[in-house]
Design a protein around this ligand. Structure first.
Ligand code: HXC
Length: 518
């Protein structure tokens, strides 16, 4: 081979090799010692084998040249790949290069791959492991974050955006993941906060560790910032692949049917006995979900946060859906600030990406008390109402048991345009539960009674109220419930309605955007 040609080929191979090693062996060793993979190892473990096509591996930081010692790639690996055969774009910050800090060139690479994802309508996945804005690059680093934030918002509702936090993510840097649809965090090795423990100590004199302040547990359980908490990085990649198997590549893009061998027309025998008639008796709504969906597979989102409501993805007869369900086993399934926000955000995701929503209703109302009122349950509760009212995707609800008052309206009622409302014979649709109601409407009949006479009268009035109101038939008479079904019929009936609603089209009046209570 021609000498010049050989040298040119060798230079390319040498540069390729140099770009593979990031910040060098010592820093890679340190990364591994902290139970963290490197940026490239993460991509390899996440995507389909051999599918990664890298962009910009020879980009270097501002002011450097290829001939001087510089880190090829500028601390971030970007490219496209497939996951479960579905195309995705991704970036992975390399902590071994200047702590994965974000400078102008690093930011430009991220922006380029985000633009690619948006123009090609494929999901964007960001793997975050960074010391934040690169201090040496000053305002140019800040400008880089601004460009990313702008793109996050531009992509919102057009392509799914997924953030994996696999190391530090601090200061203003947290706002890029915060603008995305799903945040995954790894227990013990990742953290997110706006100001770190040292600043907090100075300003408020509080002592708090990094993990207590912004670890995976904190954000998955307390703040609700993270939707998924994983025990290690491998579990995190598995969960991301699972999530991508449910959601479409972009809005207005067909979501392929999920393969299942689970017969649609099987009876839901397990849940026949699950839902008790007594409205005060707790039961686990997840048992109902597992029995209805294909193969008992349900990917729960926000599993550890606001557990009184359940949200997540599943399929029925292969049709991929979002599920929102009150959880009577936690706080009686009451709606409060956190559960309203959690469900509202999920409903909006499903609506933006054309995923039908199945709502399972068993709700006693909104949580009373000063904590809730002072915290703004009025505005937070309205978010869920707004999200359902705004949704134009197929909406199906199944009321398993109680559904009272304002919460009845909010939880996908007919009045806010749910397409199909189903109820079990145990459903009770009323302004409030029997105990509360008789104390108001039969106050005079109970006045002056004591002891056994009072108890007997009360029992008689409760029975009267339950006979009249605590059933699904009043609502069915008025067409507010389209059908009363047996629990064992749930799977087949929901599937049939999902098929019937496949080509649903609902027009909304033209407007720039609504003004959801934020
Ligand atoms: C440049 C940085 C850096 C940064 C870390 N490094 N952060 N270089 N800019 N922001 C470099 C270190 O110099 C070091 O280089 C290497 O990364 C690894 O850092 P270590 O400190 O050795 O690692 P560790 O002990 O694990 O600590 C990690 C860390 C710490 C907690 C992230 O490095 C740290 O506190 N960094 C500063 C974080 C910060 O304040 N960032 C700005 C946040 S404000 P060598 O050469 O030794 O390997 C922000 C604003 C964004 O980001 C605003 C958006 C609007």
């Amino acid at each position: 081979m021609d000498q010049v040609l050989t040298e040119k080929r060798e230079l390319l191979l040498k540069l390729r090799k140099a770009s593979e090693i990031g910040g060098g062996d010592a820093r890679i060793k340190k990364q591994h010692e902290q139970n963290k993979y490197t940026a490239r190892e993460r991509i390899d473990r996440l995507v389909d084998p051999g599918s990664f096509l890298e962009f910009d591996r020879f980009v270097i930081s501002k002011g450097s040249t290829l001939s001087k010692e510089s880190f090829l790639g500028d601390g971030v690996v970007t490219g496209i790949a497939t996951i479960n055969g579905q195309k995705v774009a991704l970036y992975s910050q390399d902590f071994t290069v200047m702590g994965g800090s974000l400078g102008a060139a690093h930011a430009k690479k991220i922006c380029k791959i985000m633009d690619f994802a948006l123009e090609n309508r494929i999901p964007i996945i960001g793997i975050n492991d960074s010391g934040g804005a690169r201090i040496q690059e000053g305002v140019e680093a800040l400008a880089g974050y601004g460009e990313i934030f702008y793109r996050n918002v531009k992509c919102s509702g057009v392509i799914p955006q997924i953030s994996l936090i696999m190391g530090p993510c601090a200061g203003g840097a947290v706002y890029s993941p915060a603008l995305t649809d799903f945040i995954f965090m790894v227990d013990k090795t990742s953290y997110m906060f706006v100001t770190g423990p040292d600043v907090i100590k100075t300003v408020t004199h509080e002592d708090v560790t990094k993990d207590q302040l912004g670890g995976a547990g904190t954000h998955a359980e307390k703040s609700g910032v993270a939707q998924f908490k994983c025990t290690n990085e491998d579990e995190c990649f598995e969960r991301v692949r699972e999530l991508l198997a449910y959601i479409p590549s972009a809005n207005y893009t067909k979501n392929p049917v999920k393969y299942t061998s689970d017969p649609v027309y099987r009876d839901n025998n397990k849940i026949k006995e699950t839902v008790p008639a007594n409205p005060k008796k707790p039961y686990d709504m997840k048992e109902v979900i597992f029995d209805i969906v294909d193969d008992g597979e349900f990917l729960e989102v926000h599993k550890d946060y606001a557990k009184n409501i359940i949200v997540g993805f599943a399929s029925i007869g292969g049709i991929k859906i979002g599920i929102v369900a009150n959880q009577p086993a936690v706080l009686a399934g009451v709606l409060d600030i956190d559960s309203s926000e959690k469900a509202a955000r999920f409903v909006r995701f499903c609506d933006a990406f054309d995923m039908p929503i199945l709502t399972l209703v068993d709700v006693p109302g909104f949580l009373p008390g000063t904590v809730q009122e002072y915290g703004g349950i009025i505005k937070h509760g309205s978010k869920l109402l707004y999200a359902y009212c705004e949704a134009t995707v197929p909406l199906i609800s199944v009321t398993t048991r109680k559904s009272y008052g304002g919460a009845y309206l909010v939880m996908a009622s007919k009045h806010i345009r749910t397409d199909v409302n189903l109820a079990y014979p145990t459903a009770e649709i009323a302004v409030m539960g029997a105990e509360g109601a008789i104390n108001i409407i039969y106050r005079h009949e109970l006045e002056g009674l004591t002891g056994k006479a009072f108890e007997d009268k009360k029992a008689e009035l409760i029975a009267k109220y339950e006979h009249e109101f605590a059933n699904p038939y009043r609502a069915a008479e008025l067409g507010f419930m389209d059908a009363v079904i047996l629990p064992e019929e749930t799977r087949r009936r929901v599937y049939e309605y999902l098929v019937a609603l496949k080509s649903k089209k609902q027009e909304k009046p033209k407007r720039k955007h609504g003004n959801i209570q934020l």
